[in-house]
Ligand binder design. Structure first.
Ligand code: CP
Ligand code: NVA
Length: 301
């Protein structure tokens, strides 16, 4: 049966650890100039309804390094010209996998349901699973294996949702601090709490509370793609959640700072912090390439 990669929720802890180990191996080998071509002769369609730098480029390079070919759909919106059902069926006759960046998670789920080939979530409004898998690798590389506490400061949107489901699976503690009214989706929080066995998950409106004993401080844009017209309204509400050198002092002294990027310097994170010694944001960005190679290998093994 074909496998899709739509969320962390659909993965077991074993799947997550398998992908992590494979990515670490592929990264080491690529640094030594060793490349395998398990996707030789396979083609992939990329359809992005939103802008992208990291995800798009790292997927194209990942597929090329694994020996596959890429075709990018010229239109930017799915489902306007014909039904998702018909797009899925058609693409399945041409390509071996479909990589989608979209708004509604239901778009991805519908394409996955009707496609005969694996579908990968390259970001939706609900989840960003490839990002959080790359972040896992980055944390393990910098902090080793074992329990960690992540403090997420900012909008309760796709990154925080994915972190909630991820931390529940791997046993990390997570405190999500958002302004009032911007908390993560209640259904996702409830599902993650139910799943969590060894992890403590907390939702708060206090950044100071979230930062207590944090090993990792994670932030994301205050205004996600598609919500640009809310930017002015959000700015003053989110300002107390800015990751700056004062807030940094509230976490553990060796805490590391993460951001999925793109960053809005001077808003959710200051130059001093993103360019400072505790920042590992470009290691995160690099690991998108390695983890996506591992995800592709996992889906096509
Ligand atoms: N982090 C991330 O997904 O970046 P892009 O939007 O540039 O792909
Ligand atoms: N929350 C951000 C993540 C970008 C990678 C967005 O959806 O725009």
């Amino acid at each position: 049966m074909k496998k899709d990669f739509l969320s962390i929720k659909n993965l077991s802890k074993q799947n997550i650890e398998y992908i992590l180990e494979l990515s670490i191996k592929l990264k080491k080998e690529s640094k030594e100039g060793i490349y395998y071509k398990p996707l030789e002769g396979k083609s992939f369609a990329l359809a992005f309804e939103k802008p992208s730098t990291r995800t798009y480029v790292s997927f194209v390079v990942a597929i090329q390094q694994l020996g596959g070919n890429v075709v990018t759909l010229p239109q930017s919106s799915l489902g306007n010209r014909e039904s998702l059902h018909d797009i899925s069926q058609t693409l399945s006759r041409y390509v071996d996998g479909i990589i989608i960046r979209t708004f509604a998670q239901s778009t991805l789920e519908s394409i996955a349901e009707h496609a005969a080939v694996p579908v990968i979530n390259a970001l939706s409004d609900k989840y960003h699973p490839c990002q959080i898998m790359a972040d896992y690798q980055t944390i393990v590389e910098h902090k080793g294996i074992g329990k960690k506490k992540i403090a997420y400061l900012g909008d309760g949107f796709n990154i925080s949702h994915t972190l909630l489901e991820f931390c529940a699976k791997v046993g990390y503690d997570l405190s999500v601090a958002t302004p009032k009214g911007y908390e993560p989706d209640a259904g996702i929080v409830a599902g993650a709490l139910q799943e969590a066995k060894d992890s403590k998950l907390e939702i708060t409106n206090s950044p100071e509370q979230a930062l207590i004993k944090a090993d990792i401080i994670y932030t994301d844009t205050w205004t996600s793609m598609g919500k640009e017209n809310e930017s002015a309204k959000r700015m003053p509400l989110f300002l107390p959640f800015q990751v700056n050198s004062n807030l940094l002092k509230l976490a553990k002294s060796d805490a590391l700072v993460m951001h999925c990027l793109p960053a809005h310097r001077g808003q959710e994170i200051t130059d001093e912090v993103i360019d400072g010694p505790q920042s590992i944001v470009f290691d995160q960005a690099e690991n998108r390439l390695h983890i996506q190679k591992a995800i592709l290998c996992y889906l096509f093994e």
